[in-house]
Each structure stands twice: as structure tokens, then as C-alpha cells.
Design a protein around this ligand. Sequence first.
Ligand SMILES: *Cc1c(COP(=O)(O)O)cnc(C)c1O
Length: 434
Amino acid sequence: MKRETIAVHGGYETDPTTKSVAVPIYQTVAYEFDSADHGAALFNLEASGYRYSRISNPTTQVLERRVAALEGGLDALCVASGQAALNYAILNLAEMGSNIVSVPQLYGTTYTLFAHILPSQGITVRFAESDQPDAMEKLIDGKTRAIYCESVGNPAGNICDIEALAAIGQRHGVPLVVDNTVATPVMLRPIEYGADIIVHSLTKFMGGHGTTLGGAIVDSGRFPWKAHADRFPMFSTPDASYHGMVYTDHFGDAAYIARCRSVYQRTTGAVISPLSSFLLLQGIESVALRVERHVDNARRVADFLRADPRVAWVNYAGFADNPYNALAHKYFGGRACSLMTFGIVGGLEGGKRFYDALKLFKRLVNLGDSKSLACHPASTTHRQMSAQEQAKAGVLPETIRLSIGIEHIDDIIADLDQALAAAQTRRSPLLAAE
Ligand SMILES: *Cc1c(COP(=O)(O)O)cnc(C)c1O
């Protein structure tokens, strides 16, 4: 099936008991065993079925199958948030004493996880100087367990050369983990270019309505864990935490997600609720339509901002002179995502006046909502970073990040126009109060 069709139908067959057409919300903690033997068979993973919703749930399983199919992967685990997804994705590969190699352009909280939290657990994160493949490759050594990037960096808007990074991973026997939140599988399926593991904040474009947190880990099923058992012994040697389970023997190509579920979700429990899974499924049904509209509107906004003398710069990969335009052609057919950054004439103070004058655009930290959104990263998402770290992540003091919604383009541009005008003429209430 094509992605538009998977988004509507993927992972669900009409419930045999009720014939419910909508995916039912299985709001239950546990599932009854037929007998002691049936319970034991479920715990031995010999029988398929459900035991307890910290491990799996039928509503969430539809979401997992749908997201896996959208990404062209073998299997998925859906969890409580995007952060939980990427934390589990890394912990399932890296242990104390090992390292991962990452691009510097990251979502702010991911940067904090990588720069501070993982190192406190003995996992080193080696940040490359840039997202260029050679800058990444030279940091890989015998203890590297993952190469990490965002297919489109938030908020830097850089586009990573997934194919080149995957080739490096293959050369060294290291999986490529890609955060595909900003691009979405509507725009890009990194697995088709060789990526091994995909992580998502379903909170953003996938859910699409700014109502529900969720995350996903998708496995391509292609990384040869057994062939690289020296680097990744956890998949092909007995697991003491699960009565001697050998994941590659029991689950074959699906070993990665099975271990993530049986070890990390089972013992640390960042579970997504069945209601959240249902709401995200509702959103995903229209993701292909919405992303088309987001992307078309964004092009119009980028053209408008660039032509306006009140705007100092616009970072939008769809422009021919953008450093990532060649990759936009390679991966997105010359289009660009609906996330963009810009700076207005007047620097930080002008940017604040513009921001405070917005009426239709919501001032917040979120992206991928059907509504148009504006964020000032330096004071919010990237606030924990030094100015130097911010610059590496693609954040200047005046940077405004826009996530262009699906409203009528005339209304979106009218709001930007009036806020640009207001930024020229009046002081923001925020500044007046200071
Ligand atoms: C929002 C976001 C996350 C975190 O997702 P949550 O669902 O908010 O935990 C991770 N990566 C990227 C690129 C994001 O935009």
C-alpha cells in the first residue's frame, strides 16, 4: 500500500468480536489467562497475546504497526513521548563504557540528554564538528554503538545525507539511528536510504493537532546483530534479566524491538496510554494531506519573508542558495519542510517585538500542529545551552522558528505582515515592563 493508504488503514483489521470500524480503545491494565499453562506460555513468549499493558496493548499495537508500515520498517515500539523513544533507542544499543557519535544540530532536549544525562550513565556522546559524513566518520571507534542524526534538524533546518551516513555505518558495523520527526515518513523514509533505526516524536506532525504526546522507535529489521555480536552481545547472548532469552534466536530480525520492549519498557515503563494511541491514530489518518499543505504554505511564507526588506535573513532549504538545497533535491524533490527560521532587521529586540505582536501564530514551544506556531529558541528550547552551543545547534539570539500550519495562506501572511510592521514601530509590552 502507498503511504496515504497506510496512514488510514495500516495495522488494523476490523475487530472480530465487535466489528468496530474505528480502532477500539482497550483501556485495560491486564488480560485474562485461560489457564496457568496459558499464562506461562505468554510469559515464555511462546504464545502470542497480551499480559499487561506496560508490555503491550492492542490499541497501541495498531499504532505501532501503522507507524512501522509508514516508515517501511519491520516492527515498532510506541512509548510515552519522543524523548522516551530516543532514550530507549540509545539504551538498547549502548552501555556503560561505550559511545555514540552524533551530529551537533539537535532538538534542545535531545542535546541535554546527550551532553549531560547519558554521560552520567557512562555513555559518552561524541558530537561531530558538523553534520558532514567525514566529520562523523572520524569519531567512530571500536566502542561506538550508534550514529545519530535528525533527518531534518530542529531548529537548524539542516538536512542530513542519510545515504552517506548509512554507508559509513555499514562500513564500521554501527547502526544509523535517525530522528525523523520533522521530515515525517510522508516526506522521507530514511530506511529506504539505509538507516537502521528510526525514532519519532509522534507529538508533532504525526499526531498533528497539538493534543497528545507520544513517541515511536521503528526498526528496519536489517541490521545484522549476530554478525556484529562482538559489538552488540546483548542481542545474541542469553539475557539474565529475561530468564536467559536470546533475542536473535527467538525473534530473528525483530530482535531489536523485542529487547527494547522486554527490557526497557517492561522495567522502566515509559508507556503510552491507550487513549493517547487512539488520538495519535486519528491524527495519522490525515498526515499525508496535512504535510502537503504545511509544505506548500511554508514555501509561500519563505518567499514572502525573503522578499521583505524588514527581514534580515531566512533559513529555508527550499531556496537554491541554501547550503542544504542539493540535499533537499536529493531527498525531498526540491521541496523543504514546513519548519523554518529567520531573523528580522533589528536583531534580538526587533525579534522580540515581532514575536509579541503575533496574533494568529501561537507563541509556544511546539511544532507540527495544524496551527501556525512561533518559537524563540534562545529563550526557550535551547536556553540550557551556552551561546557557543546554541550557535552550533543553529540558534542565534534573534532566531525565530516558525512551524507553518494548514490555515489559509492569506491569513498566515497577513499575521506575519502586521507583526513585522509592529516590530518597526512600537516597543513590546515585555520590554516596556522591564
Ligand atoms: C519534539 C521533539 C522531540 C521530543 O519529543 P516529545 O514528544 O516532546 O518528547 C524529539 N525530537 C525532535 C526533533 C522533536 O522536534
